[in-house]
Design a binder for this molecule. Structure first.
Ligand SMILES: [Zn+2]
Length: 213
């Protein structure tokens, strides 16, 4: 299987990617992971990316695309792969198509996690994080034993800037603008499989096996 993951922040896209990876023994490829790997291995594009990252700048599309190409030529993707966070734009999707075409392979699924804005806002705005050990809590589904304090290390829990309601709404809007063309593209190709974002964690393995076949 060669899968790309699509889904808004807070939809459980990453959790699904991990379960699929375990179920089918395929690597998860994320943009961050690829960039860090390429920099560590000092690949041609990794070295180009590093100069941007060192300055705190966004790595340009052509370099990210080069890194994807390098990553896709590694032996571990022969069994299949799960791309999470790439492609993010039509330009990146075009590049991915070219890379796969050169290798003589095609995507098999675009897994789209579907969840209403209301549920996403509910999930993310009630998250609290520990700034010290990075444990994540949720005021309803996973509250700390003592209000506002990390169970593991005793630090004071915080609401991340990214999880404030206004910021979440903005992130969702950006996500939709970037993604609707991708959804249409993969819909036309008949690759979309939908995953209901409200399925509880304990039911996810069976659900994913079922929709991926
Ligand atoms: Zn902690």
């Amino acid at each position: 299987m060669r899968i790309i993951m699509l889904g808004p922040p807070g939809s459980g896209k990453g959790t699904r990617a991990h379960i699929i990876s375990e179920l089918y023994g395929m690597p998860i490829i994320t943009t961050g992971g690829m960039l860090r790997g390429a920099v560590r291995e000092k690949t041609e594009y990794g070295q180009k990316a590093k100069s941007y990252m060192d300055r705190g700048d966004l790595v340009p599309d052509n370099i990210v695309n080069g890194i994807v190409k390098e990553r896709m030529s590694k032996p571990d993707v022969a069994k299949g792969f799960i791309l999470d966070g790439y492609p993010r734009s039509v330009n990146q999707a075009d590049t991915l198509d070219e890379i796969l075409k050169e290798k003589g392979i095609k995507l098999t699924h675009a897994l789209s996690v579907v969840l209403s804005d209301e549920v996403i806002i509910e999930r993310l705005s009630k998250r609290r994080g520990c700034p010290v050990c990075y444990e994540i809590y949720h005021l309803v589904s996973k509250p700390p034993k003592k209000e506002g304090v990390c169970d593991r290390c005793g630090a004071k829990l915080i609401l991340r800037e990214d999880d404030k309601e206004d910021v979440i709404k903005y992130r969702l809007q950006v996500y939709k603008e970037n993604t609707h063309q991708l959804l249409e593209r993969y819909e036309r190709l008949g690759l979309i499989v939908e995953s209901d974002g409200e399925i509880p964690l304990e039911g996810l393995r069976d659900h994913l096996k079922e929709i991926l076949g």
